[in-house]
Design a protein around this ligand. Structure first.
Ligand code: SAM
Length: 272
């Protein structure tokens, strides 16, 4: 029996849940997959059986080596931290790449941001079906004004359509985590609406949600602590975006966040 390593967020999917999760992923014979955290391979084997190829990234070198030893024909195992892979590791011979993974919950958000970043950098990622802590899944789909609406909601919904596809109890995993789980699907697309400076947009969203109970006029001051202080000050930015500075950050729609971020980036050249 494999001992789960806590530092790698290992909670292995129980066999009775595998078919349900695979049905939700719905792999097809002409599709290429990356899998994040294959572990002992509960999802990897059926994925490799049904899909054209699977490239699996596993940080635990013992588990990675055990999967390599199985010599599954269309499976490539890459041992190491998924988060430190460079874009060249994703230069796979495909124009339609899907992602799947029962994610380590301690690094689920950075993994999702990495997937968004890879998509933005031109990796042909179509979608990702990911197992998450239920609370994180709820934040992903949260609408403006709700308690769960925050950085994750804005930045992921800006880059992908998000859908919750399956709920799982703690007992679906061994050892059972202390939390409930949900399987979600992110469908990547062009950022909507487009934003002039993506990095600044990310910093602004993170900054204002550190002061989610304050007014926007006040919360925007937090941006000074997230990289070089912008030359535009909050009152000018808010006026340019046509947004009332007495509103709370959590009430802004994604389009309003984009407008606000764009008002920090004056258009210097007219596009003809
Ligand atoms: N897919 C297996 C399953 O469903 O039974 C294992 C899922 S377990 C929740 C998460 C897996 O991700 C573990 O195998 C763990 O070692 C691996 N992992 C954790 N952090 C990782 C990282 N940064 N990069 C790649 N794999 C990671």
């Amino acid at each position: 029996m494999i001992r789960a390593r806590k530092q790698f967020g290992q909670h292995f999917l129980e066999p009775v849940w595998v078919d349900k999760v695979i049905a939700a992923i719905d792999p097809r014979a002409d599709q290429d997959f990356i899998e994040i955290g294959p572990g002992p391979g509960a999802l990897t084997r059926p994925l490799a059986q049904r899909a054209k190829s699977v490239t699996a990234f596993e940080i635990d070198r013992d588990l990675a080596a055990a999967l390599v030893d199985e010599a599954i024909p269309n499976l490539t195992v890459i041992a190491g931290d998924f988060l430190s892979r460079s874009i060249s590791d994703f230069a796979l011979p495909t124009s339609h790449l899907r992602a799947a993974g029962n994610l380590p919950y301690n690094v689920a958000s950075p993994i999702m941001f990495k997937l968004v970043e890879l998509h933005a950098a031109g990796v042909p990622l179509v979608d990702a079906t990911l197992m998450l802590q239920r609370e994180v899944a709820d934040r992903l789909v949260a609408p403006p004004g709700s308690k769960q609406y925050g950085v994750l909601s804005v930045l992921i919904q800006h880059a992908a359509d998000v859908e919750a596809v399956l709920k799982l109890p703690a007992g679906a995993f061994r050892p059972p985590p202390k939390v409930l789980s949900s399987l979600v699907r992110l469908r990547f697309r062009a950022p909507n609406p487009p934003v002039r400076d993506h990095a600044l947009f990310g910093r602004l969203v993170q900054a204002v949600f550190t002061r989610r109970r304050k007014t926007l006029a006040n919360a925007l001051l937090a941006l000074d602590g997230f990289g070089p202080p912008p030359p535009v000050r909050p009152p000018e930015a808010l006026a340019a975006a046509g947004i009332d500075g007495s509103r709370r950050p959590e009430t802004l729609s994604i389009a309003e966040f984009v407008r606000l971020a764009d008002s920090y980036v004056p258009v210097t050249r007219a596009v003809l």
